[in-house]
Design a protein around this ligand. Structure first.
Ligand code: ANZ
Ligand code: ZN
Length: 822
């Protein structure tokens, strides 16, 4: 009798899988493909319990699908560019590459210790020049199609990280990485024209049936399509008009003043000399405030009068023109017709600056009074004070007023998107260099394809002083112009790391391809990803960018699919003592220590058993202990029973005793339950519970019948197979102990025997006039006639039939007989 020693068992099988290349896959048209992917990690140093959970979930699916006969692609790699490497380099006076690749080596070792079924032959790190060179080519193709372009813009700037942040990377006005306050800064920046795809990105969310609804909602809100009108408000006393965008053209008659973004091009020319000082100082102040704060509901609304007026095209009233801090230049037209009675921000603004209020929408049966309003009425209602449109509903008036404005050439219907182009410039070293050169004569010149890749120079000093190290490296910057040959300068910005994660899943399909970014035939075999698994924190950023890139690469002819991820699973967090596991909370459990003490199988089993994948997992030391004990019980059971199964063949189902049949029923019911729980719902926790129950049954089984050997053998083998996706090492070992020379990882998933799971006897209730009067135990499948006659002859029923007439007998086979008497 051997004792269960996870360390030996796990090492042995990890080596075996590696030696056999068990999880290596190639394109095989004779098999159905299954592309399974977990979001790749940032090589921060070591893995945490969130990784263990994420990758264990994926691994169950991967191993299960493999055993079901699918050709499973399950790759792993590293999201390896980014700031922490640079910061570490400054601290350790070394190079980011060194830090990154050392971390990768260490973390790869940790993942291998978890026994994950990756095809390691496809591993990539985004900082490999063999990866980022192809991204540069994609960039240049996007540049030539106008999908990558440069413009001056205000950007979110983190003074601490000294870099630009995408809007998505600003959280409550603070940098998502360092939590420092974000400032506004004007810079020349590279952008990807994701707005060209806004409509398609929105439309396709309706076809993503395999995504959680809340992720789709977040994406739709982020894209933010609004239907409304652009309306011209003529300037008073001069030519020209202020154009506004509104979604509430039903309220035009209530527009009593105009609010412009402080950055609006009209701001200076509309400001009268007497207002100039005040206006300038206001503009200065707003420019220092970040756009996220400016749009926050509780942000103090402030503004300044320009001294000029415009005319409301429908009321012909004059409207003072203000600059307002909550109006943004990059949304709509940067101008808002202010309707203080029906928009809360305008209301607060009007109260503050004593501007006129005019009610134009009224709730049913209530008369609103502008003087006594304490908040804007923002619901739909009935139009008043709106000339020919009085009495209409808000919705009807939206149409009617839009039509009227179009007829009068005062405005037109438009749609507007909240989505902005994706700013990808980063003033950092450890990223993919943007492959362009600036020439005083030729302008922006793309690096010719034959000169790619633009490699990151290695001889760089990381001093920690401001700015990008690349921008100070003359040997990198100074190059001849590829066009005319005169001295020119290289771009020193690198790309946002979200660019790399936008197409890594495509490169996994052909990681060794040397002729271009993607080998279309291989990519098209594997794509799209059948199951993607990752954290909800990527609901907008990464998932939207990856969808955008897939569409761009489709339009560039590299792939045929429209969407990258057919099914998405967003796993919950790992929490301990009620809080997310994190260094700052001091509640971190180190996977290393866990594996050291209990083994990877226990770590995996616990993280799969303690909660369904989408729910938060509450860490519990007792739970870990329980998982370990369970594996020990499985181990011991097999040691105990293996003797009686030696040399046994298949079960002869025609010659089973009642006892044997009962045991087989439990086995096959478990096979069915585990299969369905994994396949249809990813309910790994209930699947594992079912096997735990089976273990109890097998432990208590004390067969003495002739077929006890074959029946027990089938039971033990099934249990081991069913557990194998969760705990792959111990099950391989037990499989061998049960006498198999071919590894379990080459076995098929067990199928349940439909005959075996039929319950032999069922309980049928007997009612008289709907009241329960008796119960019958009958063989399952007993027909209606037999049931009826048995019910009518039942001794508990007979007294109820005396002296009355049986009018009807209703029968639901397997469930109930109702006798209607009267
Ligand atoms: C008049 C009005 C009356 C509005 C009313 C609302 C309620 P969504 O739905 O998000 O597209 N708006 C337009 N451009 C703006 C900008 N650059 N900065 C800040 N606010 C802006 O929002 C559209 C509404 O947001 C527009 O409709 C406009 O205010 C405001 F009772 O116009 B509305
Ligand atoms: Zn030139």
């Amino acid at each position: 009798d051997q004792k269960y020693t996870p360390r030996n068992v796990e090492q042995k099988w990890q080596q075996q899988w590696e030696k056999d290349s068990t999880f290596k896959v190639t394109e095989d048209d004779t098999k159905q493909k299954y592309y399974l992917l977990e979001m790749f990690p940032y090589p921060s140093g070591k893995i945490h319990m969130g990784h263990v959970r994420n990758y264990s979930i994926g691994d169950v699916i991967g191993r299960f699908k493999r055993m079901r006969g699918l050709n499973v692609l399950h790759p792993m790699g590293w999201d390896a560019f980014g700031m922490p490497a640079e910061n570490a380099a400054i601290q350790n006076k070394s190079h980011p590459a060194k830090w990154t690749y050392e971390n990768i080596d260490y973390m790869r070792g940790q993942l291998k210790k978890l026994g994950l079924s990756y095809d390691w032959g496809r591993e990539l790190a985004t900082c490999d020049v063999e990866y980022y060179r192809w991204e540069q080519k994609i960039f240049l193709e996007m540049f030539s199609k106008g999908l990558a372009y440069k413009k001056t813009s205000f950007v979110n700037w983190c003074p601490n990280c000294e870099t630009v942040l995408a809007n998505e990377q600003v959280e409550d006005g603070a940098c998502w990485r360092c939590d420092n306050e974000v400032k506004q800064k004007e810079l020349d920046q590279w952008f990807f024209r994701i707005t060209d795809y806004a409509e398609e990105l929105l439309e396709c969310t309706n076809a993503l049936a395999g995504w959680p609804e809340r992720v789709l909602v977040m994406q739709r809100n982020w894209i933010g399509k609004s239907f409304g009108c652009e309306i011209d408000f003529p300037l008073e006393g001069r030519s020209g008009a202020v154009k506004v965008f509104t979604t509430r053209q039903d309220t035009v008659f209530g527009a009593t003043f105009m609010s412009l973004a402080p950055e609006h091009p009209f701001a200076a020319e509309l400001t009268t000399p007497d207002r100039k000082l005040e206006v300038d100082s206001f503009i200065d102040k707003v420019k220092k405030t970040d756009r996220i704060r400016r749009t926050a509901e509780d942000f103090e609304k402030e503004g300044v009068f320009t001294g000029s007026y415009c005319i409301n095209p429908l009321t012909r009233q004059r409207m003072p023109i203000y600059l307002a801090n909550f109006v943004l230049m990059d949304y709509g037209t940067g101008a808002v017709m202010a309707v203080p009675t029906h928009d809360q921000r305008d209301f607060e603004f009007a109260v503050k600056y004593s501007l006129p209020l005019q009610v134009v929408i009224q709730p049913h049966g209530v008369s609103l009074n502008a003087e006594s309003m304490t908040a804007a009425f923002t619901e739909p209602g009935i139009l008043v004070n709106s000339g020919q449109f009085d009495g209409m509903s808000s919705d009807g008036a939206k149409e009617a007023i839009a039509d009227f404005l179009e007829q009068q050439s005062m405005g037109k219907k438009t749609v507007n998107f909240r989505l902005r182009d994706w700013g990808i410039s980063r003033q950092r070293y450890w990223g993919n260099p943007i492959p362009v050169i600036y020439c005083d004569v030729c302008g922006v010149v793309p690096v010719p394809e034959e000169d790619l890749p633009v490699q990151l120079p290695m001889d760089v000093a990381f001093t920690g002083e401001g700015g990008s190290p690349l921008a100070k490296l003359d040997s990198f910057i100074n190059v001849p112009c590829p066009h005319c040959g005169i001295p020119a300068r290289r771009e020193t910005d690198t790309m946002d790391t979200f660019v790399q994660s936008s197409w890594y899943f495509l490169r996994y399909c052909c990681p060794d391809f040397k002729e271009g970014p993607l080998d279309s035939s291989r990519v098209n075999y594997w794509m799209s990803v059948d199951q993607y698994i990752g954290g909800i924190e990527h609901a907008v950023l990464h998932l939207l960018y990856a969808r955008f890139f897939t569409k761009v690469l489709r339009d560039l002819g590299y792939v045929t699919c429209d969407e990258p991820f057919t099914n998405l699973l967003t796993q919950g967090m790992v929490i301990k003592d009620g809080a997310k596991m994190s260094k700052s909370k001091g509640n971190v459990v180190d996977p290393n220590a866990l594996i050291e003490r209990y083994g990877a199988d226990t770590a995996r089993l616990f993280s799969l058993f303690a909660a369904p994948p989408e729910k938060d997992l509450d860490w519990s030391d007792q739970g870990v202990d329980g998982s370990f004990r369970f594996l020990n019980r499985v181990w011991r059971l097999i040691q105990d029973k293996v003797e009686m199964t030696k040399g046994c063949g298949a079960v002869d189902t025609t010659a089973l005793t009642a006892e044997e049949r009962t045991l087989r029923r439990a086995v096959h019911k478990t096979i069915r339950k585990v299969t369905e729980d994994i396949e249809e719902r990813f309910h790994f926790n209930t699947a594992i519970s079912a096997v735990m129950e089976l273990l109890n049954t097998l432990q208590n089984a004390d067969l003495s019948s002739p077929q006890r050997g074959p029946v027990m053998k089938e039971a033990l083998e099934s249990m081991v197979l069913l557990l194998s996706p969760f705990v792959p090492h111990i099950t391989e070992e037990l499989w061998q102990i049960l006498g198999h020379s071919i590894p379990l990882s080459s076995s098929s998933w067990p199928l349940y025997d439909g005959e075996a799971i039929i319950d032999e006897e069922v309980l049928v209730v007997v009612q008289v006039n709907g009241k329960l009067r008796s119960k019958l135990t009958v063989a399952s499948g007993t027909d209606e006639e037999t049931l009826k006659s048995r019910a009518l002859a039942d001794e508990k029923i007979l007294p109820y039939l005396e002296g009355v007439q049986v009018r009807k007998v209703i029968c639901v086979p397997g469930k109930l007989v109702n006798i209607v008497v009267g």
